[in-house]
Structure formats: structure tokens, C-alpha cells
Ligand binder design. Structure first.
Ligand code: V47
Length: 384
């Protein structure tokens, strides 16, 4: 059906490219054959970004037709106090220093309720690694949010936070995940993966768990039925091999657990970080990253163009380079804005729909698990 409606998916026209290395990749994509490491490298290194994008768009339309997903969500960053001092980060503060904050639970609940009047379907909850917050703060947060907002999906805590909670509370990863799940955790965001290469991690985030631990926590979460997203931080000091290695590791874990929902490439924002001498990513790299992810991550249903990080304009173009999701209303964002993002803090549902429609796509509001959502005023119905 999708193939009949969308010409790129129907592959009626021949594949014109100046880059001969893309031709065997074209053959594999048409035949639905999995791409390997060399293919991933050839895609990153290709000067023909439009052909790379065409291939990714073909796959995107084969999977999702003309649909682009978005959601109505709110980010909650309960604390920026963090014991790690990652060079990539402008958000974290040491306890007691200028600008450090920690919300008490009443502030968390107030912040959850504030913002746009549109009924949100998801709270996205992440914070720094605070040395004094006991696990009960988080279980009380989750159960308190569920009690006050029973219809809202709670997507919270990165693999890095889970590992930290386990160490701080002398519990296993599984015990922490189970307690959070029992308190109301529905799924997890994809942050904190950065890039799995040890060489790069030693420079950009040496205080963080290593890549294998990130993957181990994701594996345990998926085994408990907690789905998650996955991310990759790019555009700093990594090279093409590091990027392909990262994608291959995510793909291998997805083969095993099928627990990842969406992949989000996160472009490095250097301002106010220790790495602020590094340049910002270019639009071409951002688009190529979306496309390569779509082509290599054949077992991921969704590739997200996070508008707030990419800018709304690049995110729109990304909907023709492999992305089928543009993220949500967000309302209040701190991590990227502390690192120099100039995008708005949030967008209304109507603004998101306009962005998607003017990219020639059909907006579909989804809940966190990609069930379509319909609204009558602020009454939300989820089709499961
Ligand atoms: O965990 C931190 C990264 C992540 C910087 O799962 C930085 O739906 C760039 O994970 N420049 C938070 N990146 C964002 C995130 C996310 C966002 C939207 C949706 C989802 C999802 C997840 O941002 C952090 C870290 O990996 N980060 N500092 C920086 N200066």
C-alpha cells in the first residue's frame, strides 16, 4: 500500500549517484539485505549526501509511508546536581555551587502540571546523579505523578541514572528497575549512551558508566518489559568507525531484546562545556546522521529527528532523510539550552503539526508506545 502511494518507496526511478560505493548499498537496500560495517562507513564517507538521503527515505517510506509521529509531552529535570563532571555536559552542577538546583516533590508535581493547557500523554524525566537523593525520592515521585496524572505515561531515567541508583542504594540493577516499575515507571528514555568507544568516553565522559554497562542496563530493563529508546552523541571527537561501532552494538542488542522503540542521534552542543572549542555540527552531518541511522538500524521501528536539538528547520528536512518522528511539545528543556541551543523551549501541538504538514508529511499524534492518539478538546483517546 505504502509502495503504491509513495514514488520513492516504489523505486520506479533508477538510482543516480556519483559515488560508486553507494551502488552495492542500493542493491542491498532494495533487496532488504542487512548492511554491514563497511556499508556504514561508506555511507558516512559518501560525498553524495542526497543519494544517502534518498536511500534512507526509501526505507522510511517502506516502513511508515507518509506518516510522521509526534507526541504531546513535558520534560521534567528534577535536579542538575551531578557527581559526574562530564566534559560534554553544560547542565550538571556540583552540589552547593552556583546555579545548582534540586526540586522537592511538590515542585516536581507543580512543574508537571504547568506549561501548555494541552493534556500531555508523557512525562520525560531525567536529572543529574545527585549523591543524596534516596531511591524513595524517585519511587515517591513516580507514584505521586501516577496518582495525580493517571493517564500520563512516565518515561524516566537513563541507564546511567539507574546504574547510579543501584550503587548508591546498594541494590542490583534489576532490583532498582523493579522498584521503579512497581512505583509507576512505564519506559525509559535513550540518553546517556553518548558513544560507546572507550577512547572517546575517556575524554568526553570519563566519570560515566562504560558502553557495556549502558547496554547491560538496557538489556535488564527490556527483560523486565520496560521498553527504552537509544541515543548516540555525535559531532565531537568521534570518528566514523566509532559511530558505526555504536550503531552496530545497538542493533545487536535490539536483535536480542527487541526492547528499543526509537533511535535518536544527538548532535553535540559545545557552548559552556569544557569542549566549547569544538565547532557545532553542520546541517549536512545532522542529515547524514539521520539517514545512516535509518539504513543501518534495520530493526529499529523509529528514527527520531528531535526538533529542539536539530532546529525545527533541519528536523523538517530530516523527515525526507529517514526520520519518521519529530518528538514532542517538550514545554521546558534545560540540557540543550544550557549548552547553547537557541531553539524555543517548547512548541504547541498545532505548531508541530504545521511543521510536519509543510514538509509534505501527515502528522499522527502518538503516545510513548506509538499508539495513535485522538483528541476531543483535552479528552485524549489512545487506540491500542
Ligand atoms: O543524556 C548532554 C546528551 C542527553 C549534551 O529518549 C548532550 O525520547 C549534546 O537523551 N550536547 C539528554 N547532547 C537528551 C536525551 C533525549 C532527548 C530527547 C528525547 C529522548 C528520548 C532523549 O543529551 C543526555 C546526553 O546524552 N547531552 N549534554 C550536549 N552538550
Amino acid at each position: 500500500m505504502a509502495e503504491a502511494m509513495y514514488p520513492a518507496a516504489a523505486a520506479r526511478h533508477p538510482f543516480h549517484t556519483d559515488d560508486a560505493k553507494l551502488r552495492p548499498i542500493y542493491d542491498k537496500v532494495m533487496a532488504g539485505v542487512r548492511l554491514d560495517t563497511d556499508d556504514g562507513l561508506a555511507l558516512y564517507r559518501s560525498p553524495d549526501v542526497l543519494s544517502v538521503g534518498w536511500l534512507a527515505n526509501y526505507v522510511r517510506e517502506r516502513m511508515h509511508g507518509n506518516v510522521t509521529y509526534f507526541n504531546v509531552n513535558r520534560h521534567i529535570n528534577h535536579t542538575n546536581v551531578c557527581v559526574a563532571a562530564c566534559r560534554l555536559c553544560a547542565f550538571g552542577r556540583k552540589k552547593g555551587t552556583d546555579g545548582a538546583y534540586t526540586m522537592d516533590l511538590e515542585e516536581v508535581f507543580r512543574s508537571a502540571a504547568s506549561g501548555y493547557s494541552e493534556a500531555v500523554t508523557e512525562f520525560h524525566i531525567v536529572g543529574g546523579l545527585h549523591p543524596d537523593l534516596p531511591l524513595q525520592y524517585f519511587t515517591d515521585m513516580l507514584s505521586g505523578l501516577k496518582q495525580r496524572f493517571p493517564q500520563v505515561h512516565l518515561k524516566g531515567f537513563t541507564m546511567v541514572e539507574i546504574s547510579f541508583f543501584a550503587k548508591l542504594n546498594k541494590l542490583t540493577i534489576v532490583e532498582v528497575l523493579q522498584k521503579l516499575k512497581d512505583a509507576g515507571l512505564d519506559s525509559m528514555p535513550g540518553g546517556g549512551a553518548e558513544i560507546f568507544s572507550e577512547r572517546v568516553r575517556a575524554i568526553i565522559c570519563d566519570h560515566k558508566i562504560d558502553g557495556n554497562e549502558w547496554l547491560d542496563v538496557a538489556r535488564e530493563a527490556h527483560k523486565l518489559g520496560i521498553r527504552s529508546n537509544a541515543t548516540m552523541l555525535y559531532g565531537h571527537i568521534e570518528d566514523d568507525e566509532d559511530r558505526v561501532d555504536h550503531l552496530m552494538k545497538l542493533r545487536a542488542l535490539q536483535d536480542e531484546t527487541k526492547g528499543f522503540q526509537t533511535f535518536i542521534g544527538l548532535s553535540f552542543h559545545p557552548d559552556h562545556t569544557v569542549l566549547q572549542h569544538l565547532p557545532w555540527t553542520t546541517g549536512m552531518l545532522d542529515l547524514k546522521q539521520i539517514a545512516v541511522a535509518r539504513l543501518v538500524l534495520d530493526n529499529f521501528a523509529h528514527i527520531k529527528a528531535y526538533w529542539q536539538m536539530l532546529t525545527p528547520k533541519i528536523a523538517q528536512i530530516a523527515l525526507r532523510f529517514g526520520a519518521d518522528d519529530i518528538d514532542g511539545t517538550v514545554v521546558e528543556e534545560k540540557i540543550y539550552h544550557d549548552a547553547g541551543a537557541t531553539t524555543p523551549q517548547g512548541m504547541t501541538r498545532q505548531e508541530l503539526c504545521r511543521l510536519i504538514e509543510s514538509a509534505g508529511r501527515v502528522p499522527v499524534e502518538r503516545d510513548t508506545l506509538y499508539h495513535p492518539v485522538t483528541r476531543d478538546g483535552n479528552t485524549v483517546t489512545v487506540s491500542t
